[in-house]
Design a protein around this ligand. Structure first.
Ligand SMILES: C[S@@+](CC[C@H](N)C(=O)[O-])C[C@H]1O[C@@H](n2cnc3c(N)ncnc32)[C@H](O)[C@@H]1O
Ligand code: SF4
Ligand code: SF4
Length: 430
C-alpha cells in the first residue's frame, strides 16, 4: 500500500501567533491560493504539547489520503511512499510567533504586521518539546514574523534552541534590517546565522512606497555593517512588485549595492507571490536586474522559486519580443543557448532545480548531470535523473550552474576548494 505524504508534514513546524502550520508553501490550484497548511489553531493561554503536534500531523496525513485537505490539493510536494513517517519530531522549525513590525510593505499583510502576540508561550513550548528529544535532528531554524529581531527574547531563544538541536544546526533570519541589532552581527561573525533582507527599491521614494517607511538608507547602512566580514552569509532580496520594476529603478538599486560594498553578498530575485502569474514584464525585469548584477561582477545571483514556479514556455510572439529586448540592452548572452553548451552540471537538487528542469526548454535538448552535497539525496532521482556526488567535478571540465537559494554561498565556497570557480556560469534558462 502506498501513502501520499510530504516532507513538510513529516518534519516541519511553523510557529505562528495563533496557529501552527506544516509548511509555508503558496501555490495556485483551481484558481485558489493554497498551501500554508494549518496543523492546529491555538487559543489564548493554550499549552501545546508534542502529543498535540503528533495528533494534528496524523489528522492531516489522513485527510491527504482522501483528498480532503483543501490547503494541500494540487501541491507538487505530495509524494507516494510505502510507509507513513508521522512522528512528534521536527527537523525544521520556522519561528514566526508574533506579528509586530516596523515596516508596512505593500506586498505584505496583517498576518505579518497586525500586532499579534502568540497565544502560547513559545519559549516554554520549545523548551519542553526540545527536552523530549524532538529537536535532536533539527538542522535548520528560520526566523520570520513579523520582524523577528523586535522580540526581546530573540537572542535567548536562539541560544536555547542551539543547546537542544542537532550540532549541524544553522539559523536563517529574515529581517528587514531597519534597526541594527548587535546579536545579529555577533551571530553572523560566529557563523551561526545567515541573514535575508529584502530591499525592493533603488531610491528612497520607491522604498517608502513599497516598504511603507522612509528607511532606505538605514537598511543599506545596516547591511553594510552586517556583511562586512561574512558577506556570503547575507542575502539581499529584490521582490518585483507594482511600482519598483523600471529599468532605472533596478539600475539605481545596483548602484547603491556597490556604494554600500554589498557586491560579495548573495542576491535573490523574487516576485510578489500574490500575483498568480508571471507577467512578461516581470520576467523582463528579473532578467534585466540579473544581467545588471552580473555585469557589475556580482557573482552570487539567483532567481527564486516564486518566479521559476510561475515560469512557462513563452509563445513565439513573446520569444521575439524577448529577443528584441535582449538585443536592445546588449544582454543576449544572459540566456543560455543549448546549441552552444554541450553539457552542463547543475549543482543543487532542490526545488529550484526541479522547477528549472521541468519548465525550461533548454533541458529538453541539453545533456546535463545533477550533483548535490547532501548525502541523503545522492543516488535518488530528480526529474528522472540520478543525483550524483559532487566529487565527480574533480575531473570534469563542464560548466557548473549553482541552483540553490540558502546554500548558494556554501556551494560557491566548496567549488573554490576544488579550484572550480572559473567553471561557474551565470545566466538564465528559458
Ligand atoms: C513576512 S517577512 C518576515 C520577516 C521580516 N519582517 C522581513 O521582511 O524580512 C518574511 C519574508 O517574506 C517576504 N514576503 C512577504 N510578503 C511577500 C510577498 N507578497 N511576496 C513575496 N515575498 C514576500 C519578505 O520579503 C521576507 O523576505
Ligand atoms: S502537501 Fe503541500 S501544502 Fe500540504 S503540507 Fe505539504 S507542502 Fe504544505
Ligand atoms: S518588513 Fe517583513 S513583516 Fe514587515 S511588513 Fe515588510 S515583509 Fe511584512
Amino acid at each position: 500500500m502506498k501513502y501520499k505524504t510530504c516532507k513538510y508534514l513529516e518534519g516541519s513546524l511553523y510557529l505562528a501567533p495563533n496557529e501552527i502550520r506544516a509548511c509555508c508553501q503558496r501555490f495556485f490550484y483551481k484558481g485558489k491560493m493554497r498551501g500554508d497548511a494549518v496543523l492546529l489553531k491555538t487559543t489564548k493561554g493554550q499549552k501545546i504539547t508534542s502529543e498535540d503536534i503528533f495528533k494534528a500531523r496524523s489528522k492531516m496525513f489522513e485527510n491527504i489520503q482522501n483528498d480532503k485537505e483543501d490547503a494541500c490539493l494540487g501541491c507538487s510536494y505530495i509524494e507516494e511512499k510505502e510507509n507513513s513517517e508521522i512522528t512528534k519530531e521536527s527537523n525544521f522549525l520556522s519561528i514566526e510567533h508574533h506579528s509586530f513590525c516596523n515596516l508596512r510593505c505593500s506586498y505584505c499583510s496583517d498576518i505579518y504586521y497586525g500586532g499579534k502576540k502568540p497565544d502560547y508561550d513559545v519559549v516554554d513550548f520549545l523548551h519542553e518539546y526540545g527536552k523530549e528529544g524532538n529537536l535532536k535532528k533539527c538542522s535548520q531554524v528560520v526566523w520570520g514574523g513579523g520582524e523577528p529581531t523586535l522580540d526581546k527574547n530573540f537572542k535567548k531563544m536562539l541560544l536555547e534552541i542551539n543547546k537542544i538541536a542537532s550540532p549541524k544546526i544553522y539559523h536563517r533570519v529574515f529581517t528587514n534590517s531597519v534597526v541594527f541589532k548587535e546579536p545579529i552581527k555577533e551571530f553572523l561573525e560566529q557563523e551561526l546565522i545567515k541573514v535575508v533582507t529584502s530591499i525592493d527599491a533603488g531610491t528612497p521614494e520607491t522604498f517608502k512606497a513599497v516598504r511603507g517607511k522612509d528607511k532606505f538608507f538605514d537598511v543599506f547602512a545596516n547591511l553594510k555593517k552586517y556583511s562586512e566580514n561574512k558577506p556570503g552569509r547575507v542575502t539581499v532580496k529584490y521582490i518585483l512588485t507594482e511600482g519598483n520594476s523600471s529599468e532605472e529603478e533596478l539600475e539605481k538599486f545596483v548602484e547603491h549595492c556597490i556604494k554600500y560594498n554589498l557586491n560579495q553578498c548573495c542576491y535573490q530575485i523574487s516576485m510578489n507571490y500574490k500575483f498568480e502569474n508571471l507577467s512578461f514584464d516581470n520576467f523582463k525585469s528579473a532578467i534585466y536586474l540579473f544581467s545588471k548584477l552580473i555585469s557589475k561582477k556580482f557573482k552570487k545571483v539567483f532567481i527564486d522559486d516564486h518566479i521559476l514556479a510561475r515560469f512557462s514556455e513563452f509563445d513565439e510572439k513573446e520569444v521575439e519580443k524577448l529577443k528584441i529586448f535582449l538585443k536592445e540592452n546588449k544582454i543576449e548572452n544572459i540566456i543560455f543557448d543549448s546549441k552552444k553548451i554541450n553539457s552542463i552540471v547543475i549543482f543543487g537538487a532542490g526545488q529550484l532545480s526541479q522547477e528549472l528542469i521541468n519548465k525550461a526548454k533548454f533541458f529538453k535538448n541539453a545533456k546535463f548531470d545533477i550533483v548535490d552535497s547532501n548525502k541523503s539525496k545522492i543516488g535518488k532521482s530528480l526529474n528522472g535523473k540520478i543525483i550524483k556526488d559532487p566529487g565527480i567535478l574533480k575531473n570534469d571540465e563542464r560548466p557548473i550552474y549553482i541552483s540553490a537559494a540558502q546554500s548558494y554561498d556554501s556551494i560557491f565556497s566548496y567549488l573554490k576548494t576544488l579550484n572550480k570557480t572559473d567553471k561557474i556560469i551565470s545566466g538564465i534558462f528559458i
